[in-house]
Ligand binder design. Structure first.
Ligand code: OSB
Ligand code: MG
Length: 386
């Protein structure tokens, strides 16, 4: 169970650009931290040449929301730290780089994991394209399709609207339903979903840190959710509140899944040792990229803790990387990698489709997806290095 990935040749980086595209969501997405109607997508594009001189372009998606509502990170902050720190520091000295150099060259810079992940993934995509190798092969994928769940936001139209949305997603074939909850919208809607769709429906909830472990009303609601046969209860308390999670997880029968609390493999090891979680949601952006995601997976597997691949409303660029990760050993639970049409009228890339509840793992070189040329015509491009 080693986190080591096969070596890849570095590329000679000739240009790095930030590319911004505005993407309206097919329906608003509301969580305990806010309501989103569109994503201002920030992409990192790395251009370079392989060792035989072949020109390659690699893409990485920065999953930051526009405002620091999910964590400290936000899109304009990510753009700034990429422009002024991560990109120039990575390329200082020599422009011949690979993802293996990131630890040495950027290790002294703190935080900004989503920005770092976007750069790492763009470089990885470029290196893999230079080697004509699909990401899934590089990661040692064990499946060619991944089971898909869907994350359902807090609806504008109440419980009736939620039931209608969930019925639609189940009809489409999604293998499990994750419902966003918050204090005041939790036990009642989830009870109705249970009654409507039965115990055979794989149902889980995500609170995005909205509950206070010292508030008796909040605890009563969480205790009641615990009796509803859920697959997991995702991040009830604050990101830094590992002890609160441990204290309550010990008496709950529904496993706690941590999302916001886990930034790296050491966090995962601490949370597991404390009994703060029984499951870990792995997101490439939150943890700073592929190398750390794989390290977390391996740490969890060694401890017998299941993992699954989360999502951040990605376009096809970010989703392609998520799907490749979710195709590796250990990712046995359905991922928050839904089909393109769950998010976008028109995805930025060739779309992902739901087939028998699964998304096919891309087979082309690199992440196996590129932005559509017409989508890029509307994009705003900021050259960082030309
Ligand atoms: O907590 O998992 C989360 C989206 C944005 C920010 C945080 C989360 C989410 C989701 C959506 O739940 C998952 C998806 O991309 O479908
Ligand atoms: Mg979550």
């Amino acid at each position: 169970m080693s986190a080591t990935l096969p070596p890849l040749e570095p590329v000679e980086v000739t240009a790095v650009d930030l590319v911004r595209v505005s993407m309206p969501l097919v329906r608003p997405f509301t969580t305990s931290f806010g309501r989103q109607t569109e994503r201002a997508v920030l992409l990192v594009r790395v251009r370079g040449a392989g060792h035989d001189g072949t020109e390659v372009v690699g893409w990485g998606e920065c999953v930051t929301p526009a405002a620091p509502v999910y964590s400290e990170e936000f899109t304009d902050g990510a753009a700034l730290v990429l422009r002024d720190h991560l990109v120039p520091t990575l390329l200082q000295g020599s422009r011949e780089v690979g993802t293996e150099d990131i630890g040495d060259r950027l290790g002294h810079l703190h935080g900004h994991r989503m920005a770092r992940a976007a750069l790492e993934l763009a470089l990885l995509d470029a290196q893999l394209r230079a080697a004509d190798r699909p990401l899934a092969d590089h990661l040692g994928a064990v499946r060619d399709r991944v089971p898909a769940g869907v994350s359902v936001g807090i609806p504008d139209d109440g419980i009736a609207g939620l039931v209608e949305q969930v019925a639609g997603y189940l009809d489409e074939g999604y293998l499990r339903i994750k419902v966003k909850v918050e204090p005041g919208f939790d036990v009642a809607p989830v009870t109705v979903l249970r009654e409507t769709f039965g115990t055979g429906c794989a149902l889980q909830v995500d609170a995005n840190a909205a509950y206070d472990a010292d508030d008796p009303d909040h605890l009563a609601a969480l205790d009641a959710l615990n009796e509803l046969g859920l697959q997991m209860l995702e991040q009830p308390f604050g990101a830094a509140r590992l002890r609160d999670h441990a204290r309550h997880a010990a008496r709950w029968r529904t496993p706690v899944c941590l999302d916001e609390s886990i930034h790296d493999a050491a966090d995962a090891a601490d949370a597991i040792a404390m009994g703060a979680c029984g499951i870990v949601n792995i997101k490439l952006g939150r943890v700073g990229g592929m190398a750390e995601a794989v390290a977390i997976r391996d740490r969890c597997r060694a401890a017998g803790i299941p993992v699954w691949c989360g999502g951040m409303l990605e376009t096809g660029i970010g989703r392609a990387a998520n799907v490749a990760l979710a195709a590796t050993e250990g990712f046995d639970l359905p991922a928050d990698t839904s089909a393109s049409d769950r998010y976008w009228r028109e995805d930025l890339t060739e779309p992902f489709h739901l087939v028998d509840g699964h998304l096919a793992v891309p087979t082309g070189p690199g992440i196996g997806r590129v932005p559509r040329a017409d989508a890029l015509r509307d994009a705003e491009v900021e050259p960082l290095l030309g």
